[in-house]
Design a protein around this ligand. Sequence first.
Ligand code: SF4
Ligand code: SF4
Length: 441
Amino acid sequence: MNKISFEGGIHPPEKKELSENESIFDFPLQPVIAIPLLQHLGAPAKPLVQKGDLVKKGQLLGEAQGFISANIHSSACGKVKDIDYINHPVTGRGLAVIIETDKENSTLDESVKPVENPDKLSPQDIADIAKKSGIVGMGGATFPTHVKLIPPKDKYYEWLILNGAECEPYLTADYRLMLEQPEKILLGAKLMMKSCKAKKTYIAIESNKPEAIKEWTKICEKEDWIEVKVMKTKYPQGAEKQLINAITGREVPSGGLPVDVNVLVQNVGTAAALYDAVYNGMPLVTRVTTVTGAVVKRANLNVPIGTFVSDIIKFLGGYNGEPGKLILGGPMMGINQRTDEIPILKGSSGILVLNKSEAKKKTETNCIRCSKCVSACPMGLMPFELAQRTKIGDIETAKKIGAMDCIECGSCSFVCPAGIDLVHLIRLAKNTIIAQKKRGA
Ligand code: SF4
Ligand code: SF4
């Protein structure tokens, strides 16, 4: 098997075996859910409902505001208990529509109607459905899909890459989706390809998923527009720029976008969501997420958006011992949480619980100039230098030596024998540069 890859990267323990054999099941609707109005990159959606309103499954709750934003829909029937600020897994606090759900959950909103003849949809029609349905990048990036599908006027797409790499340790949601719902991904990808007018689609799968590779090789043998690309198992193989480079040999320029090298990258879960929107008329109201680590029962669940993590953990038998760390997403790029009273969002690919010893931080010592962080960096940066410049407040030099090119993959922090949280320092530099730009400095 010819495996392709990129320069740099690391090999953290994969831990996929903890949940990879758990089939996806529908998580039962809970009595109360909270649907945040910000679950995407860009501006929060504007609430369209009020306290006391009755809502139906699939109903538009919040309308996208501005070019980069996404609609928010109800994942259940019920009554709006409140619109209030709650714990938000990404921003800390955020406005959400809190719903007391109806046990039957059987009434669909009138807008939930399958498209009669999907083959007749134009490229723009497909992007419009993605927009109406609130579809965003399901790999965690949460960039509104409709914005990416249609390239700017002076650009075009040659290739669509379906990202099934799932390189984050522990997570197995995309793997199960590729095994259990390939038809949805295939038809969703076909719609994407038509919308973005690419000539060819590649589905990228890491070599640690032989069952998925076998299944998709069989599928692709019958189709001339799509091909499997087997990627070396290495982190961060699923990062957009690394994937593009490994498959096409093209390098996204510093500060540029995949469209600059004529490539569109979409997660396999996003393709499945587009299928649901077109073939079932259902907007993005559920997602597949992995629950793993120190929990009594591990699982891959299809969860209504807005379900509380605390309800999911309770349903699965609770924590296995005293939890040391709760992460939404994977261990490398996921976000540490202070509480489990947080809702599942469109971008929540996993719930990972680490026990006390796994969560223990290395004691930080001085940099020993071993350059392990340099060899690990997939962007060819000098993490130790970037971190040092940030520490002494020399943001100007950090900017000059490429701070904004950092994809925050955490590979440098992972390998550092001195226990320096390099990615945290580089993120600080990036935030300062962005704030300076906003102020016009
Ligand atoms: S976090 Fe940034 S600097 Fe560190 S390895 Fe990843 S891309 Fe390189
Ligand atoms: S890996 Fe850590 S100790 Fe080694 S050069 Fe980088 S920052 Fe210094």
